[in-house]
Design a protein around this ligand. Structure first.
Ligand code: ATP
Ligand code: MG
Length: 493
């Protein structure tokens, strides 16, 4: 069965891969795609906003309005490029602003997750970077252009494809000037200026004298197309998405809103209030925050992401694509253990994660904390199933111990049966006592059982028994218990 949307993705990738000149000269490619016209590489982008939205909502939880805006603007961006490529160059709109986006939201609420899914779905080259990388290099200029060159790398050296890529820059709030215009602020403003040039339209040199990698890219491209390579990459059609947590932005919004009220005291801003305030954000707040107005001007679309509440975190865990659950299941599957969770346990874990205040990232750390001991110990047992329920969460050490005890006794029982043809059972008190002894003496269960009951089969055989129950007394004084047992029962036979 063919998947129509996958076919579309492939066709789009193919067309983006083509070099404009290649379209004319390469008989393999010429005319095979409807969207390709004479001189320009066409784009066969057919995804509609609702389709992309639906796709994203399969994965992303609790960010419906964000997903709606991003899906729409991304689709419009690529669909428009398709149309614009069909319009003769001299009839195109001049100075057009594209839909570059600014995402504002705290850590771990899905910013990167959404963008990665978009890039995967639409199959364009995608580069992600942290803005801090630029401010920390200490010199202004040059290096933001590396992003564009990286995009060429992501496009396997294919410049035409790279020119339709997505660049995602996280921690953009870190290149805001903080007010005192000296030291790092100057360089931050410089980074903003360099970025804004790229965000609009500029030509970036593919080769930099100091960058060996880009030289290699150029050579690859030459080899592929058999032509002298283009040396510049135009950024006109590259979509820029930037994001950050923007801590302190709510204070600025609050202050602006309260400007008139004299004697205003800074109120404590709660989580809910944060969301409300952010929704009232205006461009001027971002300028106060430390951005150049020209920079903000190149980001016409703002999106505010929601914080994830306990219910949202629970839904992420219940989502069938949940990377946290799937990831943990894989970790255990590596040792042939099936890991599962009850719903109330997942809710409890969501609650714990919420207290970490790191969004969905908190889920990961909470899961690791609960599971790490199980992940260490269970691989050396025969246990092949682990169900995390409320009992386990309330008392993880004890649960782990009793799991291991049960498994070790079963193994001993099985070995004993195979070796001697005798079926041993341990009553409740006996297995508890074995657990205690193993802890006290720091001995593994099976070592301890071997020591305690190594000669039991003689006695049991003597009495011609096929089953034998081990009691607490047998654990405490194994030899005495067997002697007594034989004395009491032998002559009855
Ligand atoms: N809304 C969400 N729905 C489903 N999963 C999510 C969501 N938000 C986060 N996750 C999960 O948490 C992980 C981390 O989220 P992500 O990388 O998107 O955080 P972020 O918002 O970019 O945070 P940061 O500001 O720290 O970069 C994701 O890989 C995903 O598994
Ligand atoms: Mg991120």
């Amino acid at each position: 069965m063919t998947n129509p949307s996958r076919d579309k993705e492939k066709a789009f990738e193919e067309i983006l891969k083509m070099d404009p000149e290649e379209v004319q000269t390469n008989p393999d490619h010429a005319g095979t795609h409807a969207g390709v016209s004479g001189h320009e590489s066409g784009i066969n982008f057919n995804i509609l906003p609702e389709e992309l939205e639906e796709y994203l909502n399969q994965y992303v939880v609790g960010q419906e309005s964000t997903v709606e805006v991003i899906a729409t603007k991304v689709c419009t961006h690529f669909n428009r490029m398709k149309i614009e490529n069909q319009i003769p160059e001299d009839e195109r709109i001049i100075g057009n602003i594209k839909s570059n986006m600014l995402l504002i939201g705290p850590t771990g609420v899905g910013k990167t997750y959404i963008i990665k899914h978009i890039a995967k779905k639409i199959g364009v080259p995608f580069v992600k970077a942290d803005a801090t990388k630029f401010s920390e290099t200490g010199y202004v200029g040059g290096d933001v252009e590396d992003l564009i060159r990286e995009l060429v790398h992501e496009a396997d050296g294919d410049i035409s494809r790279a020119e339709y890529g997505i660049i995602y820059i996280d921690e953009i709030d870190k290149i805001a000037a903080s007010g005192n215009m000296s030291g790092p602020d100057v360089s931050r403003t410089g980074v903003q200026r360099n970025l804004l040039k790229l965000m609009e339209e500029s030509d970036v040199d593919l080769k930099t004298p100091h960058d060996l990698a880009s030289q290699v890219e150029a050579a690859m491209e030459a080899q592929k197309t058999g032509k002298v390579t283009r040396k510049k990459i135009n950024t006109k059609n590259i979509l820029f998405i930037v994001s950050g947590a923007f801590s302190g932005l709510t204070d600025i919004i609050n202050k602006r809103l309260n400007k008139q009220s004299i004697g205003f005291e800074k109120e404590k801003i709660s989580g809910e209030k944060t969301q409300e305030l952010l929704k009232l954000m205006r461009t001027e707040d971002l300028i106060t925050y430390g951005f150049e107005s020209e920079f903000i001007g190149r980001l016409p679309v703002y999106v505010i992401l929601n914080e994830l509440d306990v219910d949202g975190l629970f839904k992420i865990l219940k989502n069938r694509y949940s990377t946290v659950i799937l990831g943990k299941k894989m970790d255990f599957k590596a040792y042939n253990i099936d890991l599962d969770f009850t719903d109330d346990a997942l809710m409890e874990l969501a609650q714990r994660a919420h207290e970490e205040k790191t969004g969905a990232r908190g889920l990961l750390s909470v899961f690791e904390k609960v599971l790490i001991k199980f992940e260490k110990k269970l691989p050396s047992t025969n246990i092949d199933k682990l169900l995390i329920d409320m009992d386990v969460l309330k008392n993880p050490e004890k649960s782990l111990e009793s799991l291991i005890l049960k498994d070790a006794l079963e193994t001993f029982q099985k070995d004993f049966l195979i070796e001697h043809g005798i079926y041993l059972t341990f009553d409740e008190a006996a297995s508890q006592r074995i657990g205690e002894l193993s802890r006290e003496k720091s001995k593994k269960i099976h070592v301890l059982c071997d020591e305690l009951f190594h000669d039991y089969f003689h006695g049991i055989r003597l009495m011609n028994l096929e089953n034998f129950t081990i009691t607490e007394e047998a654990v405490n004084t194994p030899s005495e218990f067997m002697d007594k047992y034989i004395k009491q029962n032998y002559h009855k036979e």
